[in-house]
Write a protein that binds this ligand. Sequence first.
Ligand SMILES: [Zn+2]
Length: 55
Amino acid sequence: MSVPDSLDCDTCERTVSAEAAIRRETMGDLDPTKWQTFCCPHCGNRLKTVFVADE
Ligand SMILES: [Zn+2]
């Protein structure tokens, strides 16, 4: 599993490219060097938590 090319926001019904998405640290106990939460740049909705360790 790695970073997808694009993510769909259910809230504002846009497709957000992975580059445009806002990356945040995950909530909880996940290692922030391995996992990042991608958020919609338009509405701030959390889109997906992605495993990024192989980037
Ligand atoms: Zn959105």
